[in-house]
Design a protein around this ligand. Structure first.
Ligand code: FDA
Length: 306
């Protein structure tokens, strides 16, 4: 992994830094670029605005690694309410969840039953739940729970696979065989070269390979990347192989490459924006800073200007 990214992700784990960043109203202002609000009402207003511009949404209530059963159950209840509100307001959005927010650090069974509760509600509303993928210690456990629930709620649940992991070629083949929907990402966590490609070049090559496998045989894959070269490669591959644009979607994060999001939507591609919201924005924000040195320099430059 590039030194800048691993260094930033290591710093993000430092409790003192977390205290300084989250207490500082200034960094809170900067986090707004990636996290448009702390309440569901704010997130729904942003969703409505994106919908009006031809973009669909996936809403993410921020939070991860909860350590109490009550918190995990409360998160499942909060997600059920989000699904109710999506239905009630008529916005075009599904949801993205993290299993460590629903209790995976406590037990697999707790995370599984909380997720089943959310899926039950999603199914009642004819909506869809994406299970985000976290660091590699969780990969197999997350997939086991997702496949188990896919049998119970086919079409209502999807997974995320990360191209930087060596194991992902096999995981893509399994997902295609099972017919489960996949969001393909490069991967955002600090991983060792025992499990993940260390260079951007190798990750990009893997992403292209996985993207082609999913476009050719996957069930409505979601290609989640801000990398224009990957997006152009997907469009070219789909055109060459007569795969129509309604058989896949692009996804991007809120606050990144809005110009490209709008352009793709205008060109007739399905474009979904990942909109995170809530008070627990710190780890998400730090992962976004780590992805791009320019983001950190921007924050520092503005801090110095004050
Ligand atoms: P890459 O990092 O190569 O960036 C390509 C270009 O995009 C950059 O040159 C820059 O222009 C722009 N860009 C990328 N990141 C930026 C940033 N932070 N700020 C400003 N510009 C930026 N990961 C994961 O491990 N589990 C998950 O569940 C998800 N879920 C997810 C959903 C969606 C919708 C997206 C788009 C991404 C994720 N990710 C994720 C994150 C993903 O793994 C990856 O870290 C980021 O998308 C950055 O990688 P890119 O593919 O954009 O390419």
């Amino acid at each position: 992994m590039p030194v800048f990214r691993s260094g930033m992700l290591a710093l993000a784990g430092n409790e003192r830094i977390q205290r300084v960043v989250t207490r500082n109203g200034f960094s809170k202002g900067f986090a707004r670029r990636f996290v448009p609000g702390e309440t569901l009402d704010e997130a729904l207003a942003v969703t409505r605005d994106l919908n009006q511009n031809g973009l669909t949404v996936t809403l993410d209530l921020l939070g991860e690694n909860v350590t109490s059963e009550n918190e995990a159950r409360a998160a499942a209840d909060a997600y059920c309410q989000i699904l109710d509100q999506i239905a009630e307001t008529g916005v075009n959005s599904n949801i993205s969840i993290k299993l460590t927010m629903l209790g995976l650090d406590i037990s697999d069974e707790l995370a599984r039953s909380n997720t089943a509760k959310v899926l039950e509600r999603a199914k009642a509303h004819n909506n869809f739940v994406r299970i985000d993928m976290e660091g590699s210690p969780y990969t197999q456990r997350t997939l086991d729970i997702a496949y188990d629930l896919h049998e119970q709620f086919p079409g209502t649940v999807g997974i995320v696979l990360q191209s930087y992991l060596y194991r992902t070629d096999r995981d893509i083949r399994d997902a295609i065989a099972a017919g489960i929907r996949v969001r393909l990402v490069k991967g955002a966590y600090a991983e060792s070269d025992m499990v993940a490609y260390p260079s951007k070049k190798e990750v990009d090559a893997a992403y292209r390979r996985h993207m082609e496998m999913l476009l050719a045989e996957g069930n409505y894959p979601a290609l989640a990347t801000q990398d224009e070269a990957m997006i152009n490669a997907a469009i070219a591959y789909a055109a060459r192989n007569k795969i129509s644009p309604d058989r896949f979607e692009f996804q991007m994060l809120y606050g990144i490459r809005r110009d490209l999001q709008l352009r793709l939507a205008r060109q007739g591609y399905n474009m979904r924006v990942y909109v995170p919201y809530g008070t627990q924005w710190y780890p998400y924000y730090m992962r976004r800073l780590a992805e791009r040195p320019a983001n950190v320099f921007f924050v520092l430059r503005n801090l110095l200007k004050r």
